[in-house]
Design a protein around this ligand. Structure first.
Ligand SMILES: [Zn+2]
Length: 253
């Protein structure tokens, strides 16, 4: 009852103003949730476009190759696999055939080929071969970034400049990452990485964030954040097969 006594302190006109302000504040607070629900529904309505597609999901590194390692000791290969598994689940639910390049903690090189350089090359070549073997429509590689500057953060998608479709897919995934995770002032970038230039199919590398940034290192280990990353990649794939055009880079102030 106390809240009503509190309300009686105001005059009738003041009550109306108070109620309007309350409704507006509530609307502002709930709008982001409403907008994200609408976005999710829009992607779900288009999910049929993914059915029957063959998609190779490639969690980078594995086995003797941990990838980059955070200050807390968390290894890139583990995070890559966790995100890839979640992405695989979303894609399979939509009816896609998913080929994971690895399901556990191992690399794809032939055992016994000791020299580090050769083994790494073997590993990458085997990942590319998988996409060819299954005549994949898409190859999506998942990695984590690391640089000496600890301030840098944000997910970023790479593609090969020789493939327009790879650029379109990269842009659509990047747009979804911005929608879900917020603006990081990062945009898609052409790169000449082996797994990008060697593919006959559309191929991208998603660098899911910077393990060298302490805040992002913690986030990357968080299953909720991993789920957001996987959903963003999935939403980008859905929009790609739905025929959405390459989005424009957002204008920054
Ligand atoms: Zn990596």
């Amino acid at each position: 009852m106390r809240k009503f006594i509190f309300f009686k302190v105001f005059r009738p006109k003041q009550r109306v103003v108070f109620a309007v302000i309350l409704v507006l504040l509530l609307g502002c607070a709930l709008y982001p949730y409403y907008a994200s629900c609408q976005e999710r529904k829009a992607v779900e309505a288009l999910s049929w476009t993914v059915a029957s597609k063959v998609i190779v999901v490639d969690p980078g590194h594995g086995g003797i190759d941990p990838g980059c390692v955070g200050k807390s000791g968390v290894q890139e290969k583990e995070i890559n696999l966790a995100i890839a598994r979640r992405l695989s689940t979303f894609l399979k639910q939509a009816g896609a055939t998913v080929i994971m390049t690895r399901e556990g903690d191992y690399d794809l090189s032939e055992e016994g080929r000791a020299p580090e350089g050769v083994r790494h090359k073997d590993d990458l070549a085997a990942r590319v071969e998988l996409a060819e073997k299954y005549q994949a429509d898409l190859f999506i590689s998942i990695h984590i970034n690391s640089i000496p500057l600890s301030e840098c953060w944000g997910a970023q998608v790479f593609y090969h400049s020789g493939s327009k479709e790879s650029k379109r897919l990269a842009g659509l995934i990047q747009k979804e990452l911005i929608k879900t995770l917020g603006e990081s002032h990062r945009w898609i970038k052409p790169e000449d990485f082996f797994v990008l230039r060697s593919h006959k199919c559309t191929a991208v590398i998603v660098e899911a964030g910077f393990i060298s940034n302490p805040r992002e290192e913690t986030l990357l280990g968080d299953p909720i954040h991993q789920n957001k990353l996987a959903w963003s990649i999935y939403a980008g794939v859905v929009r790609f097969f739905a025929g959405d055009p390459l989005p424009k880079e957002p204008a920054y102030d």
